[in-house]
Design a protein around this ligand. Structure first.
Ligand code: PLP
Length: 416
């Protein structure tokens, strides 16, 4: 379906053809072709995802797991087949280790609540890092408050890399869980999650990986990483909004209590006592976002059709080209210069306020994000309030990076 031959000048991935799959990209903003560089906030949707959502509502809509009738059985099959697709994508051992949620935030909150209830006591400790998204900070703070536990934080160096020696020092017999971002949404740093997990496991401590910014950039193998939990959102992986995934090792999910009660998560309800359903349903109370889940399945099919290695290689070219181009600009300061990173460029330009740069880029039809990107504690490390962030995807091009470069030069001139 998708060409993987070397038809594009810089890679095995045919960008022109791919861009035609994304209707949103094919438009003008203020009279110029839209350049969408806000992919870390949300990715655009390929036509196959949009079409399947339309088709599901038009032809197949019915609630899952409940009906004996044709439509319900059909949609239940599609819903469960999406679970299998996610299992394959993550290389999870069991299908029932995949829980559908409303997003990465929801997935982390489920673990923070449920794991907290099962295992965390007064004076226990949870380890996170300085580069976490607020979604991987606040749920743990809330849990610590509830349980009288403490939050410990691994610092970073100025390149935006975790200080693993410090991590080894703060891990101890009171540590109950380590929760770390796989790829930083503000810096692009790819953390050495396998090593982080191995260190924790030596001490019998489980690890949650926040994969919200990793899952869309290449293949993920949860058995190889050996993490205990892995979370992501559908909308960051070219799928619909309002749906996400919590992968958890069977052992933990079996032991942890459900997070929410309601329909679909029960085995038997009596006023005296309720027993819960098996995995994965124990954690899927109420009507799930079944249309969204099937949409995520379609997005995963689309990505694997293009080839995850093709995506990774192409995005590496975007990263190298973009880094060379942006660092050639005088008075542009790049934040996040880790050896191992994805194509996220966080920067400040001269001493122009990021908001002004963002507004001016917008008028030149370039969509970037400005501000703290939900990582306020990270910016405290650099003693700044936030940055301008251009986050790229495999449908972006070298020419678009050239346009960003020219636009930034123009802005510098305007402020001289
Ligand atoms: N973790 C990281 C690293 C993120 O970048 C984000 C969103 O930007 C989240 C978690 C939260 O994702 P969502 O808002 O889709 O739940």
């Amino acid at each position: 379906m998708y060409e993987t031959k070397n038809t594009h000048k810089i890679s095995a991935l045919n960008v022109t053809k791919i861009r035609n799959d994304f209707p949103v990209l094919n438009q003008e903003v203020y009279g110029k072709a839209l350049i969408y560089f806000d992919n870390a906030a949300t990715t655009q949707k390929p036509r196959v995802v949009i079409d399947i959502i339309n088709k599901l509502y038009s032809e197949h809509n019915s609630n899952v797991h409940r009906g004996v009738h044709y439509l319900s059985e059909q949609i239940t099959k599609m819903y469960e087949s999406a679970r299998k697709k996610v299992q394959d994508y993550l290389n999870a051992r069991y299908n029932h280790e995949i829980i559908f949620t409303s997003g990465a935030t929801d997935s982390i909150n489920i673990v923070a609540y449920s794991f907290g209830e099962a295992y965390v006591k007064k004076n226990d400790e949870i380890i996170i890092s300085e580069m976490e998204h607020h979604s991987n900070i606040v749920p743990w703070q809330m849990m610590c408050k509830r349980k009288g536990a403490k939050l410990k934080v691994i610092s970073i160096n100025n390149k935006g890399e975790l200080l693993l020696d410090e991590y080894k020092k703060i891990i101890n017999s009171r540590t109950k869980l380590v929760a770390i971002v796989h790829v930083s949404n503000s810096l692009g740093t790819i953390n050495p999650v396998k090593e982080i997990v191995a260190i924790a496991h030596k001490n019998n401590i489980p690890v949650l990986i926040d994969g919200a910014q990793a899952i869309q950039h290449g293949s993920i193998d949860v058995q190889d990483i050996d993490c205990d939990f892995y979370v992501f959102s559908g909308h960051k992986i070219y799928g619909p909004t309002g749906v996400g995934v919590l992968y958890g090792k069977e052992r933990w999910l079996q032991e942890m209590p459900p997070y929410q009660g309601g329909g679909d998560m029960i085995e038997r309800v009596r006023f005296e006592r309720t027993t819960y359903d098996e995995l994965p349903f124990k954690f899927e109370a109420g009507t799930p976002n079944y249309i969204g889940v099937i949409g995520v399945g379609a997005a995963l099919d689309y990505l694997t059709g293009i080839g995850l290695d093709n995506i990774k290689n192409y995005e590496k070219k975007l990263l190298d080209y973009g880094t060379a181009k942006l660092t050639a600009l005088n008075e542009l300061k790049l934040y996040g210069t880790a050896e191992n990173k994805t194509c996220i460029f966080s920067f400040l330009l001269n001493n122009i306020h990021p908001y002004d740069v963002g507004m001016l880029l917008d008028k030149m039809s370039i969509a970037v994000r400005t501000g703290h990107h939900c990582t306020q504690p990270l910016w405290e490390h650099y003693k700044i309030e936030g940055s301008i962030r251009a986050s790229l995807a495999f449908y972006n091009t070298l020419e678009e990076i050239d346009s960003l470069y020219e636009a930034l030069k123009k802005i510098q001139k305007m402020f001289k």
